[in-house]
Design a protein around this ligand. Structure first.
Ligand code: ZN
Length: 604
């Protein structure tokens, strides 16, 4: 890449000209006045249930929710977008908080709406059948009613909310602050320290002794804070179990699959396909050990780079990335190529790394302006080109769902990563097709490395979390017990692919996901998204260009029905392991090629 001065920053002016603009102030004022009207309307309607016409009431409620949803999402996305490129800007910080505050009356109105909906559920059901204007909202409204049926009485929910702030939420914050402040001495001579985040980033280092030192220090840091971390995990999981049982859920897993809009049969099919792929992943890990000239792989070798000495990967200028992504997207769907070009040429992408800007990448949409923006930190590597493709995949998803009412644009985590994975697969498959043998080695390894995390590591997290929820019903779990459960989960998944003496007993302290009170089993939706994206790609390969339209329609429906129905509409049966196995076959082919490349390119 040639100098970061050519990299674009993002143009947010079409969304709002600025915090001081009339447009921005008017949007905020509108939220306040609409929320007040909605509150008044829903409060009054609680006393008029018998006399009111349900279809009319529903239409009015949906109109409030539509307008408030669009305004609030746009304002939140805008303030966060401003903050994320200027994290030390006091104005961005102040507006971020102000918009959060602004939402409180709307949230209160939403609770009233859901209560009223549940009380009228029979009348709502009748209105859904008799009024065709309401039919598109059937799934959405039935889902709201179902979640409402899994609530305690309003007084108890209120108490739970109050206690949560000093209970489960406080345990969650404890994990956050302990882990973000934990550090160890890295350099004995100078006393310089590294945080656990910095230590964990060294897992990507070329030098094994650096990786090993960082890993051992990281474990010693976790050991020193294991007592508060275990207390925090017991607090979160214990209160989750207690609330789930009072709310009528069978267990945390039932709630998570419902939130992910999948059936128990879908989860079983997905997990069993992941399990049946484990021998293949262990072969990959053994081949990686061979590539690194090691007898067996340690946990700290999982992210080690594999490439031929003196064979650096090609780099990309921003212009190259633009042309490459446009071409690859166009070869799948010309409309998607035109869309990518528009994103590049209208400054939708903030690519320039700079002081005060957050790391990583994200895509966010602004429903009021009917547009999206991407943030990334472009460094010219192939991996940052695929990050841009990933985020533009999300933006294309947004583009395809734009025509729907706001309530039907909200899709679950399981379907959120589908479009991004699919976009990355289009780009990386054609990069592979063009690469020389020596270039293929690191490209394929990177893909397998990611896949191994999404399939093998996520399966270990699933086993671990399930075991913790089960044990927590009757016991408090000490740090030794948690580490033993983690090691057991790693044995069941990584198996003989990793050196049994060099696994990571403290992954339960590393991953903040286990400590989120409102969302358990955070990880399997990612395995779903990864494999569903690959499954779509397999289908595209067999069906050819005609698939582009099916794909657009599928994305457009992701907020309108359960994942099972959405995907069935496009001809997939995700309740059968066969579908997931076909997606996994992409990895299987790459694993076999990787084994050969280790011999042919590296001579090992
Ligand atoms: Zn994503």
């Amino acid at each position: 890449m040639t100098g970061s001065e050519k990299l674009p920053t993002r143009n947010l002016a079409p969304i709002f000209p600025g915090f001081d603009s009339d447009e921005y102030k008017a949007a905020k004022a509108k939220v306040s006045s609409l929320a007040a009207q909605a509150l008044e309307c829903f409060e009054a309607s609680m006393f008029a249930i018998e006399s009111e016409d349900t279809a009319t009431w529903l239409k009015q409620a949906l109109a409030f929710n539509e307008e408030l949803g669009i305004l609030i999402e746009t304002l939140s996305a805008y303030t966060y977008a401003r903050f994320s490129t200027a994290t030390r800007d006091p104005a961005a910080m102040a507006e971020l908080n102000s918009v959060e505050e602004l939402q409180l009356p709307a949230k209160k109105a939403d609770i009233l709406f859901k209560n009223a909906l549940a009380i009228r559920k029979d009348a709502v059901e009748a209105a859904l059948v008799s009024d065709s204007a309401l039919a598109p909202f059937a799934f959405h409204l039935r889902e709201e009613i179902f979640f409402q049926s899994r609530q305690m009485s309003p007084e108890l929910e209120d108490l739970a909310e109050d206690l949560g702030r000093s209970g489960a939420d406080a345990w969650s914050r404890l994990q956050e602050s302990v882990s973000s402040n934990a550090s160890a001495v890295w350099d004995e001579a100078t006393g310089a320290r590294k945080t656990v985040i910095e230590l964990r980033n060294l897992a990507f280092d070329q030098d094994r002794s650096v990786r090993e030192k960082a890993f051992n220090l990281e474990l010693s840091v976790w050991k020193s804070v294991e007592i508060p971390m275990a207390a925090a995990l017991n607090g979160v999981k214990g209160s989750t179990n207690a609330l789930n049982s009072r709310r009528g859920w069978k267990d945390a897993l039932e709630k998570s699959t419902t939130q992910a809009r999948i059936s128990a049969a879908t989860l079983d099919a997905l997990i069993s396909a992941m399990e049946s792929s484990l021998p293949m992943w262990r072969r990959y890990l053994k081949a990686k050990a061979r590539a690194l000239s090691l007898p067996a792989l340690a946990f700290y070798d999982l992210f080690a780079p594999v490439e031929k000495q003196g064979q650096p990967l090609p780099t990309f200028s921003w212009e190259d990335a633009r042309g490459f992504i446009r071409d690859k997207f166009s070869s799948f769907d010309p409309a998607m190529g035109v869309f990518a070009l528009k994103a590049f040429d209208s400054n939708w992408i903030d690519a320039q790394p700079r002081e005060g800007k957050v790391g990583g990448a994200y895509c966010t949409d602004f429903p009021m302006a009917k547009t999206a923006r991407v943030l990334c930190n472009f460094d010219g590597s192939f991996s940052s080109v695929s990050t841009v493709a990933h985020e533009l995949g999300h933006a294309w998803h947004h583009e395809c769902i734009l025509g729907q009412p706001y309530a039907l644009t909200q899709y679950p985590m399981t379907l959120a990563e589908t479009a991004s994975i699919f976009a990355v697969t289009i780009v990386s498959e054609s990069a592979l097709a063009q690469a020389s043998q020596a270039e293929r080695l690191p490209l394929i390894e990177m893909h397998l490395q990611d896949g191994c995390q999404v399939i093998v590591d996520i399966l270990s997290r699933f086993y671990f979390e399930k075991a913790v929820f089960g044990e927590r019903l009757s016991n408090e779990l000490g740090p030794d017990k948690l580490s033993a459960l983690m090691l057991d989960a790693q044995t069941r998944t990584y198996g003989d692919g990793l050196d049994p003496e060099k696994r990571h007993p403290y992954m339960w302290a590393v991953k903040g996901h286990y400590y989120i009170p409102s969302l358990s089993y955070y990880n399997f939706p990612y395995a779903f998204g990864q494999l569903f994206g690959l499954g779509l790609y397999e289908r595209y390969k067999s069906e050819g260009p005609g698939f582009a339209l099916t794909y657009r329609q599928l994305l457009g429906q992701t907020g309108s029905a359960s994942a099972v129905e959405v995907t069935r509409g496009a001809g997939f049966d995700i309740e059968k392991p066969e579908f997931w196995l076909s997606a996994l076959s992409v990895f299987e082919r790459q694993m076999m090629e990787f084994e050969n490349l280790v011999t042919e390119v590296l001579g090992r």
